[in-house]
Design a protein around this ligand. Sequence first.
Ligand code: AMP
Length: 145
Amino acid sequence: MTQNKQTQYDDNNIFAKMLKGEIPYHKVYEDDKTLAFMDIMPQAKGHVLVIPKQKAIDLVDLEPEYAAAVLMTAKKVMQAQRQVFEREGIIQMQLNGSQAGQTVFHYHIHLIPSNIHELSVHAANQADSDELAKMAEQLAAAIDS
Ligand code: AMP
């Protein structure tokens, strides 16, 4: 019996709205199965989220082809983060269920250029939009190069 699991995918969750083009975001990368964008409340400078274009709440829902696709996109983003931020250490994090601290119920991988002991509070402080736009541009350019 699963507790603290949202069982019904909400078509109006914030990431679903991004995929529908209903709200703005700072895009880093997109392909037919995935989208990567800057986290608006980063836990470190350069925090990126990677989502599948599939209605998945958490890891259990993720179809194999989308699981492969989000990981391949995560690899691209992580390599770009290493290049742009000139650091090797990148945290890959993913929360399943509110009990784990998940706040947006559309599967996503966090890629955070930080050390596990230095993370800022989760989803707490909004970053400057111009700075996020600049980082998104830098990361997108690094992926393209
Ligand atoms: P989680 O708690 O693992 O579900 O993470 C959700 C993440 O989404 C948090 O790190 C939030 O900062 C981030 N987030 C929430 N709203 C937005 C938004 N509009 N644009 C970008 N990131 C967002």
